[in-house]
Design a protein around this ligand. Structure first.
Ligand SMILES: NC(=O)c1ccc[n+]([C@@H]2O[C@H](COP(=O)([O-])OP(=O)(O)OC[C@H]3O[C@@H](n4cnc5c(N)ncnc54)[C@H](O)[C@@H]3O)[C@@H](O)[C@H]2O)c1
Length: 337
């Protein structure tokens, strides 16, 4: 089979995590585009690529005609980069968050529809083997019918760069992972949200870097989220620490350990007798960026629909902008993708 050909746009920090799986899977990277030509050249040299360095995306796409584009730019550039690539006839896998506004995201979905190209978002935390154990256990009904999930995310992160300047660094750049994960784990979609974003005393961020949110989701499911990127000490997992409650028991996913739980075994009394929740075997499959790339390659090779195809992923982004709107208005808002 001919090798797939790709152009990578954005040669910043996260690009370092994408070139290794692109190489492992034998994808031919024919161009690296960045506003900063030196950054593009440096990545080409670092990963010994036979690729052209460029600052002009449209020209590079016309010249190289790749099968797909990997958009690793900052969130504000995702709409322009992705729409340019789709209009040039390329499929696109782009970094999260899909876009910097719902209007931009809807434009991206419309452009994918009109051009007949695939646009999928890489939600790297979906392809984690431990997360897949939790998803399968919950969807098999091991704790009964799901009613509730809580997620706590507390990390003290000193990035420097674009996150320090964003209005909503936590919700837009990080919580998108957790909001997408609750949909992945539970199969529930967002209905409405009540949220408060804030910037704690002593914060080194300009925007609101902490938040508490209550989401109403389909089937009467409730998801409570608490997070901060400005919390020193006693960190949670980067994936968040989770509690899932069903009508027969509870499953915990904490500190990236194998999920475990307890459920009712029968009997009477104030506390019912409990037993351990059985959890499925771990399956070894590529995780992180490699997992996202495999979704795009499966689409190209077998026509399989990626989990995070844009019509689906815009629902995770709608949780982000619903929470931001709710906090700004100080009221519950309905979520519309
Ligand atoms: N999945 C994850 O776990 C994860 C982790 C980190 C970052 N990310 C995401 O990856 C994206 C990039 O983050 P980063 O940390 O690499 O940022 P970064 O600032 O280090 O790099 C971004 C690069 O994009 C370039 N760029 C910006 N606008 C451009 C445009 N219009 N055309 C071409 N190049 C452009 C910049 O010059 C820069 O080199 C963000 O969306 C971020 O949320 C995902």
């Amino acid at each position: 089979m001919a090798k797939e050909r790709a152009v990578v746009v954005g040669a910043g920090g996260i690009a370092g995590a994408w070139f290794p799986p692109l190489k492992t899977e034998g994808v031919d990277v024919v161009g690296v585009v960045d506003l900063n030509l030196e950054a593009a050249r440096a990545r080409i040299a670092e990963f010994e690529l036979e690729a052209e360095a460029s600052t002009d995306l449209a020209a590079t796409l016309k010249e190289t005609a790749p099968d797909f584009v990997v958009d690793l730019t900052v969130p504000e550039a995702h709409c322009e980069v992705t729409c340019t690539a789709l209009e040039e006839g390329c499929h696109v896998i782009g970094e999260k968050p899909m876009a910097a506004s719902m209007d931009e995201a809807r434009r991206m979905v419309e452009t994918a529809e009109r051009t007949g190209r695939m646009y999928m978002v890489s939600q790297s935390r979906r392809w984690d083997a431990t997360h897949e154990i939790a998803r399968r256990s919950l969807s098999a009904g091991e704790v009964g019918e799901l009613t509730t999930a809580n997620c706590d995310f507390y990390i003290g992160a000193h990035f420097g760069g674009f996150r320090d300047e964003m209005d909503s660094p936590l919700i837009l750049d990080m919580s998108i992972h957790h909001f997408d994960l609750v949909r992945f784990f539970t199969g529930r979609d967002p209905v409405a949200v009540y949220a408060l974003e804030f910037n704690p005393k002593g914060s080194w961020y300009k925007g609101d870097v902490a938040a508490s949110c209550i989401f109403e989701m389909t089937d009467g499911f409730v998801f409570t989220y608490r997070g901060s990127w400005c919390a020193e000490g006693c960190h949670t997992s980067w994936n968040g620490d989770w509690r899932f409650i069903g009508d027969r028991g509870t499953l915990l996913l904490e500190k990236d350990q194998t999920p475990w739980g307890e459920r009712v075994a029968g009997g009477e009394g104030f506390h019912r007798d409990l037993e351990s929740v059985p959890v499925p075997e771990r399956e070894n499959a590529p995780g992180g960026m490699h997992g996202g790339l495999m979704e795009m390659l499966s689409f190209l090779r077998e026509g399989r629909q990626p989990q995070t195809e844009c019509h689906d992923n815009i629902k995770s982004l709608a949780m982000v902008f619903g929470a931001i709107e709710s906090s700004a208005k100080g009221e519950r808002v309905e979520i519309r993708a």
